[in-house]
Design a protein around this ligand. Sequence first.
Ligand SMILES: Nc1nc2c(ncn2[C@@H]2O[C@H](COP(=O)(O)OP(=O)(O)OP(=O)(O)O)[C@@H](O)[C@H]2O)c(=O)[nH]1
Ligand SMILES: [Mg+2]
Length: 421
Amino acid sequence: MSFFKKLKDRFVAKEEPKNLQDDLQPLDDIGTQDIDPQSESQTKTYDHKPVDVFEQPQHETKSAPKKQSNGWEFDFEDDDLISIEEFEEWESQQLGAKFREGLEKSRENFQNKLNDLLAMYRTVDEDFFEALEEMLIQADVGFNTVMELVESLRMEAKRQNITETADLREVIVEKIVEIYEQEDDELQKMNIQEGELTVILMVGVNGVGKTTTIGKLAHRYKAQGKQVMLAAGDTFRAGAIEQLQVWGDRVGVEVIKQKEGSDPAAVMYDAVNAAKNRGADILICDTAGRLQNKANLMTELEKVKKVLSKAVPGAPHEVLLALDATTGQNALVQAKAFKEVTDVSGIVLTKLDGTAKGGIVLAIRNELHIPVKFVGLGEKLDDLQPFDAESYVYGLFADMIEQSTEEENKATEVLKDVRDE
Ligand SMILES: Nc1nc2c(ncn2[C@@H]2O[C@H](COP(=O)(O)OP(=O)(O)OP(=O)(O)O)[C@@H](O)[C@H]2O)c(=O)[nH]1
Ligand SMILES: [Mg+2]
């Protein structure tokens, strides 16, 4: 099976669920008098948004399971039963839709530029590879990663004797996945201690999205039926404690806090002991985002980690570094600085929806050797998604993938017709 077909099978519904299709109607038919004149949806388009799993769905699909505060709820009417396979298929399509939506800006950039290149350079030669290198570097993929990627493309083109650039399309996408997945897959998973307390420490500079990510993570784990607690370890910035409390209230989890200016290590001490006493499954700790003074930050993080590990051996089980995708190469510089200060077990790449240069994911993985565990694809509660390379390339090249598999299907049909005649 071709790689594009594999991706399409994984992420695209074969047919729209019937009742979802019934709900689709051109906005013109609904009437536009109530629509904000500034609204983007003024153009004749279809109100076809992916079903939101965690918030009130816009289109209720009859067979889709519904998320409740205590886990999944299935509609057990006879004809509505779905198998585990169907559920997994449905879940995979939701994931595809999320990445497709969140990576819209990057997709426009990647797809358009690649199509332009393929139109401009028809034969596979050094000029084409150089232009491709430039395109990828501009999309924040990172110099070393680009060199590695394009070198493996050169070899693959030679091996398969590919002479037309259009035939390289699929190989390029496949190589992107390969380059990401060449590192240890086990590290990609969150280190969650089943049946015991797991402590997650969130670090990163100002404004990258630490607190927002904590809220989204808490929501995700709570929806999985886990008891989650939060620690307001950013005692430095005015309003930081209240901001975390707002997230705690929104998600419905307890926040352990002290007053502004108190010692973060003391907050962590309270929080980790409270979490142990309450039998919580997951404690997520916020920290202050300042890096003016490396030595200070190192001392403070060490102190916090000591308190946590004294209370729970092995804690913190994850130190997640939040990086803002819109800051591009600067995110790499931040990550390198943090790596010198503390052990980082995973990256949360926030605001990927806000950049057209989604290539930074590859640079982080390949140059820092730290897995991207989650990506922020928007500001809503369920816009934090676990990262995996196939979902990512699907988001980046969805139209190209769908179009090319349609062409492939048509070609197969023509061949079949010819054979039948
Ligand atoms: N579009 C988008 N916005 C995001 C995402 N994640 C966070 N944000 C926004 O980024 C801004 C900063 O987020 P915070 O969570 O306050 O960042 P922080 O790292 O805690 O900041 P400090 O506490 O000041 O260090 C907020 O306006 C968030 O809504 C994302 O994935 N997508
Ligand atoms: Mg914060």
